[in-house]
Design a binder for this molecule. Structure first.
Ligand SMILES: *Cc1c(COP(=O)(O)O)cnc(C)c1O
Ligand code: SF4
Length: 334
């Protein structure tokens, strides 16, 4: 028998980074010169949402700083196990808007495809931490049922590739999906919601630009960065390549206590995004998912920060403060 396992050399560098991501708090803390008892032994497992952080993201954390805003986004904490009132397993009840496995049709004119359940990094505040991805895989038939659904509804103008992280999937698969979407006559826009170009910037490689450049659809890519320090030179280079492929690049962030809940940090984020060619889009209030209550910023405080930003930045650098309300016809402005 000839082995069909691809040789190590044929794996793209970003896939190797995904594979080799740090998955143990002990290793992460040791690498940052922090005491191991910051995370009690076994915690990675008890939360059911294990730590996961690739080297490229780890490298942007500050050595010896237990309050580092990038570290706080990924480090499991004991408080996650506390039960908080009003926080549920699945705050958005997305399944009730899924006409097919892997497809969410909640807002008029737009559908969201759950392309991948995997993420490059596990963000502790994420509402998808309890999402039953295994029930939501559209790919058993190569995504054809999803394409057929979109083709049958002419009110759909925009397809959003989401997840998990849609760019965790290979370019071959994405190229095939996007080519078939491009054949649907009433579709105008392809949108990609991803954190990968921030977490592992070399994900934006030639084979990705190839399918982006090949499609006739309008292209929007919404990044997810919460703090200015996530945006290093490699991220800037990735954004430059995307813009070179005619992609409009936006950013969404989540307002997180201890990470970005100040006028200073939000202004710094907006200005740093703009410097690399990205406009802020949404600033989300935290979804009330079980295990994330320690990140909550009150609505009053959020509004105060936004007022300060409006008094300081040009209007196009002030993100829209929104919250998701199950059943609402759009994101709800705060
Ligand atoms: C956020 C979201 C969208 C996109 O909403 P916009 O306001 O257009 O950014 C679409 N579908 C679902 C299910 C969403 O959660
Ligand atoms: S879906 Fe986005 S926010 Fe949630 S864990 Fe994945 S990368 Fe992080």
């Amino acid at each position: 028998m000839i082995s069909r396992t691809p040789s190590v050399a044929s794996i793209p560098a970003w896939q190797a980074s995904l594979r080799d991501a740090v998955t143990s708090s002990e290793v992460l803390l040791r690498r940052l010169g922090l005491p191991a008892d910051l995370v009690p032994v076994g915690q990675d497992r008890t939360t059911g949402f294990p730590l996961r952080v690739p080297e490229e993201f780890l490298a942007r954390m500050e050595f010896g700083n237990a309050r580092d805003p990038l570290l706080l986004q990924v480090l499991p904490q004991l408080v996650e196990l506390e039960v908080a009132a009003g926080y549920t397993e699945q705050p958005l009840a997305e399944e009730s808007f899924a006409p097919l496995p892997g497809l969410i049709h909640k807002y008029r004119g737009r559908v969201l495809i759950l392309v991948s359940g995997a993420c490059a990094v596990h963000c502790r505040y994420c509402f998808r931490r309890n999402f039953p991805y295994s029930d939501q895989q559209p790919w058993s038939d190569g995504g054809q049922a999803v394409i057929d659904y979109i083709a049958a509804d002419a009110s759909i103008r925009e397809v959003i590739l989401s997840g998990g992280d849609p760019l965790a999937v290979s370019d071959d698969r994405l190229a095939s999906l996007v080519r078939r979407l491009g054949q649907v006559e009433h579709l105008e826009t392809l949108r990609i919601h991803t954190r990968l170009p921030v977490v592992i910037p070399n994900r934006v490689e030639d084979s990705m630009l190839a399918w982006l450049e090949a499609t006739m659809l309008n292209k929007v890519l919404v990044l997810h960065a919460n703090h200015a320090r996530e945006l290093d030179g490699a991220v800037a280079a990735a954004v430059r390549r995307l813009r070179g492929a005619d992609v409009t690049v936006l950013n969404q962030a989540v307002l997180l206590r201890g990470v970005n809940d100040s006028e200073e940090r939000q202004a710094d984020l907006s200005e740093s995004l703009f410097r690399i060619g990205v406009l802020p889009y949404y600033l989300h209030l935290l979804d009330r998912v079980q295990g994330a209550a320690h990140f909550e910023v009150s609505e009053e405080r959020a509004q105060e920060i936004l007022r300060q930003l409006r008094g300081r930045l040009p209007g196009y650098l002030v993100p829209r403060l929104v919250r998701e309300v199950p059943g609402a016809p759009s994101k709800v402005p705060v």
